[in-house]
Write a protein that binds this ligand. Structure first.
Ligand SMILES: Cc1cc2nc3c(=O)[nH]c(=O)nc-3n(C[C@H](O)[C@H](O)[C@H](O)COP(=O)(O)OP(=O)(O)OC[C@H]3O[C@@H](n4cnc5c(N)ncnc54)[C@H](O)[C@@H]3O)c2cc1C
Length: 396
């Protein structure tokens, strides 16, 4: 067992950190306040190569699995909202890569990202007003009409929903088959019948866009179903006969593989808060000495640091399991997301405590990190859902 990073990994981490420090941190408060989408930063990230399909290709070829965790932790150390604006397109890209045909991947992945001169973003639209954790309950329908699909429904809370150039939308094809009657569709912003709805105002990650996506008689060519028509027909046929498709276990593994990268984002926020709290405690004086000399502050900092390390170790192990093709016997990917999400909330709250009253006001960034962290116990599967997945892996 070797916990040290290779030279390449050290370089990668440094590169992402420098971008976060120079281009993200300085504008984080401004975008948090305005809730505008940080296009200028996304453009800079595209020019630097941080926002690109290539990063994901590089990550996929990395046998250690460390590429995304390292980049995510550094970028989200800068700002989680801007980080999501840069990496939100990873979600529809993962769906496209996991289920799409090679032709679909080659055609649509570049469209999601655009070019460094004119970057674009993509969105993955699953959630509906009555269906968040319970994705079996989707009401968006996709109905076949000759050579086309016609989609109707409303998606909510969609990252990049307002601005996406390409949407991957999950809809029900055969309602009688429940979850197994669903399929994913690729929809271009220019297709008729798709439009962004309300842009949400949020507690945190306010630079990231979260919007409704409305489908009203949205017509797309029949071959825009992810994976192709034949695969869909085969899948529906198996479901009608009650045969197993093996899809449930494949989907579970996909989540285990993608969750560590999300967990690394949460770890980045927690680390930012920890570092800030340490620096502050060394400067701020109370009762004639820096507060870092008070035992209870030391205890808090020690607890914060231990939790951040713990989260990171779970992230790195889960990423390694994924990259080396090993099984997730205890749902280790979900464990990393559960732990890192809750650590981020706890550690950012402790950082406020270390700063005292100054932690509560906007002159300092810790109150923002506290607000930003909360989403990590909610999206990409709530903490309750992670616990459910872990418990099922344990109990069988
Ligand atoms: C900022 C933001 C960005 C998002 N981005 C996207 C996106 O890009 N694409 C997308 O499709 N969705 C997105 N979502 C949606 C997100 O994934 C859902 O909000 C999340 O899955 C929870 O669903 P819900 O809000 O309907 O809560 P619910 O499912 O209604 O859950 C409410 C509460 O009940 C608990 N609960 C539910 N079921 C169970 C159970 N079986 N056992 C125990 N507890 C349970 C939950 O854990 C939670 O505490 C985003 C949400 C937000 C806020």
């Amino acid at each position: 067992m070797d916990f040290s990073l290779s030279e390449d990994q050290v370089e990668l981490k440094k590169w992402a950190h420098e971008f976060a420090e120079k281009e993200i941190r300085p504008v984080a408060a401004e975008y948090d306040e305005s809730e505008e989408f940080p296009w200028p930063v996304v453009k800079k990230a595209a020019e630097a190569g941080l926002y690109s399909v290539d990063i994901y290709l590089q990550a996929q070829q990395d046998p250690t699995g460390m590429t995304l965790p390292l980049i995510m932790e550094e970028t989200f150390w800068g700002c989680a909202g801007i980080g999501l604006a840069i990496f939100g397109t990873g979600l529809p890209l993962s769906a496209l890569a996991a289920v799409g045909t090679p032709e679909q991947l080659f055609e649509w992945a570049p469209k999601m990202f655009g070019t460094p001169e004119k970057p674009e973003v993509g969105a993955f639209a699953v959630t509906e007003p009555q269906a968040g954790s319970d994705v079996r309950n989707l009401r968006t329908r996709a109905v076949r009409d000759g050579d086309e699909w016609v989609l109707n429904g409303t998606k909510v809370f969609i990252t990049n929903g307002q601005y996406a150039n390409v949407y991957v939308v999950v809809a029900t094809v055969d309602p009688e088959l429940g979850h197994r009657g669903q399929a994913s569709f690729i929809i271009s912003r220019d297709d008729p019948g798709i439009r962004p709805g309300k842009k949400e105002k949020k507690l945190g990650i306010r630079a990231s866009d979260t919007s409704e996506v409305i489908l009203e008689d949205c017509r797309i060519p029949a071959d825009r179903v992810l994976g192709g028509l034949d695969k869909l027909e085969g899948k529906l046929e198996k479901a009608r006969k009650g045969e197993s498709s093996g899809r449930a276990s494949a989907a579970l593994r996909t989540f285990e593989v993608t969750r560590p990268a999300v967990a690394a984002q949460a770890t980045g926020i927690a680390r930012a808060a920890l570092e800030f709290a340490i620096d502050y405690a060394k400067e701020r004086k109370a009762f004639g000495v820096p507060i870092a000399q008070h035992q209870s502050i030391q205890n808090t900092l020690a607890d914060m640091a231990t939790e951040v390390e713990c989260a990171r170790l779970l992230v790195h192990r889960a990423a390694w399991l994924a990259a080396s093709g090993r099984p997730f016997e205890k749902a280790e990917g979900s464990m990393s997301k559960l732990k890192a999400g809750e650590v981020a909330v706890k550690v950012t709250e402790q950082a406020i405590q270390v700063l005292g009253g100054y932690g509560f006001i906007k002159d300092f960034p810790v109150e923002k990190w506290y607000r930003d962290s909360k989403i990590y116990t909610l999206f990409e599967g709530t903490s309750e859902i992670q616990r459910m997945v872990i418990a099922r892996a344990l109990i069988g």
